[in-house]
Design a protein around this ligand. Structure first.
Ligand code: PLP
Length: 401
């Protein structure tokens, strides 16, 4: 008689799994939502907010969405490159006219800045798996996980002195000196998250010269163009570096400067030594995109494309972006004028600053005053609705000691 087949019991895939700790920022947002106090202030949020406390759909984007609704005739598949016209129209905004026409620069649409950075990281890992990525910290909390998920080794260096509220430029230069040729340096092009501490043009020049001399590859995270000093001003440091080096990557987010966060609109640009290498990098990036998300979602990029294609909508977008930036800068000036401890925020740019406050003070501000900020001391200066809230925050901070 044939023996019965012994069936191997497959090990359970999920039984031994432990739940991940909740992201502290999401937990904070949930706590804010359930707080019943009048006059609570949300400085923890990672998005632009207007004076009524909402993240608005920009006028030009709304108009473009209306056009899309009326005129779009198909929702058929695109390709892994996404909306190539969107990528092309964005190029001169990102790189300036000279670089935009350069055939060493190629780009493809990606799901937000995150998708662009992940794609760039995977491209680096595919062509140079041993390259280390040098990363100034503190930084956007997703940088390390994202780079590690692409199997890249990360080496941190200190970007910011919180007590002195100054950028640690010597640490940057020290890291660039230690890095091996072929290593990658991740640099936030402007509006540094979470510190607001950006390099000066002199510092960018020194970085550019050292990158070029040592054969290092800059990988720009360009997520907040236009929210610091203006579209061109915010790109100036990056463009200066690109003038010096042969190769670079740019992970770009349109989510913030077009206010289309949940639509996930971004692009990865690769700068190569010549047009042939650029095209090879482009085809590799397409293959990686295909294996990840097949193709990026279309709606947000199509709306941004329509804005950029219409001189009228483009003007309106740019004007509204100017207003957003002016509000951020005005809140910075008000904060600095109210409390000497906040004087550095006028030197910082973009929506974020990381204040020199203890975790106890952060808790006290939340519990006593209904003011919510990230445990690290990061505030979003666009989170204040009006002058009254700025004043309340400055006073609460003074009383918290
Ligand atoms: C510095 C930085 N880079 C990239 C991103 C990712 O942007 P996106 O929402 O477009 O993926 C963010 C988002 O907060 C960010 O702060």
């Amino acid at each position: 008689m044939a023996k019965p087949l012994i069936q191997a019991v497959p090990p359970s895939l999920f039984d031994a799994l432990k739940p991940q700790a909740q992201d502290p920022l999401l937990a904070l947002m949930a706590e804010f939502r359930t707080d019943k106090r009048e006059g609570k202030i949300d400085l923890g949020v990672g998005m632009y907010r207007d004076a009524s406390g909402i993240t608005p759909v920009m006028r030009a984007v709304k108009a473009a969405e209306r056009i899309l609704f009326e005129t779009q005739t198909t929702k058929g598949y695109m390709g892994p490159e996404g909306d190539a016209v969107f990528v092309d129209l964005l190029k001169p905004i990102v790189f300036g006219d000279i670089f935009a026409k350069n055939d060493r620069v190629v780009g493809l649409q990606a799901p937000g800045g995150t998708g662009a950075l992940r794609l760039g990281a995977e491209l680096i890992a595919a062509v140079s798996p041993r390259a280390k990525v040098w990363l100034g910290e503190p930084t956007w909390p997703n940088h390390r996980p994202l780079l590690n998920a692409a199997r890249l080794a990360v080496e941190g260096f200190k970007h910011f002195d919180r007590a002195a509220q100054t950028l640690l430029f010597d640490e940057t230069m020290g890291a660039l000196t230690k890095a091996a040729p072929g290593d990658v340096v991740l640099l936030q092009a402007c509006c540094h998250n979470p510190t607001g501490a950006d390099y000066t043009m002199d510092q960018w020049r020194a970085i550019a010269e050292t990158l070029a001399a040592r054969g290092l590859v800059p990988f720009f995270d360009f997520a907040y163009q236009g929210l610091g000093d203006g579209l061109d001003a915010d790109a100036a440091g990056m463009r200066l570096v690109l003038d010096h080096v042969d190769e670079a990557l740019v992970g770009y987010a349109s989510d913030k400067n077009f206010g289309v966060y949940r639509e996930r609109v971004g692009a990865l640009y690769v700068v190569a030594g010549n047009a042939r290498a650029a095209n090879a990098a482009y085809t590799q990036a397409l293959a990686l995109a295909r294996a990840n998300w097949s193709m990026p979602s279309d709606h947000g990029a199509a709306a941004v494309r329509l804005v950029l294609q219409s001189p009228e909508l483009r003007r309106d977008w740019s004007a509204e972006l100017d207003t957003m930036r002016a509000r951020v800068l005005a809140n910075r000036a008000r904060l600095a004028a109210l409390n000497p401890r906040l004087s550095a925020v006028t030197r910082q740019r973009g929506m974020f600053s990381q204040l020199d406050v203890t975790p106890e003070t952060v808790t006290q501000l939340k519990d006593t005053h209904g003011i919510y900020m990230v445990g690290s001391g990061r505030i979003n200066v666009a989170g204040f609705r009006d002058d009254g809230e700025v004043v309340r925050f400055a006073e609460a901070l003074a009383s918290a000691g």
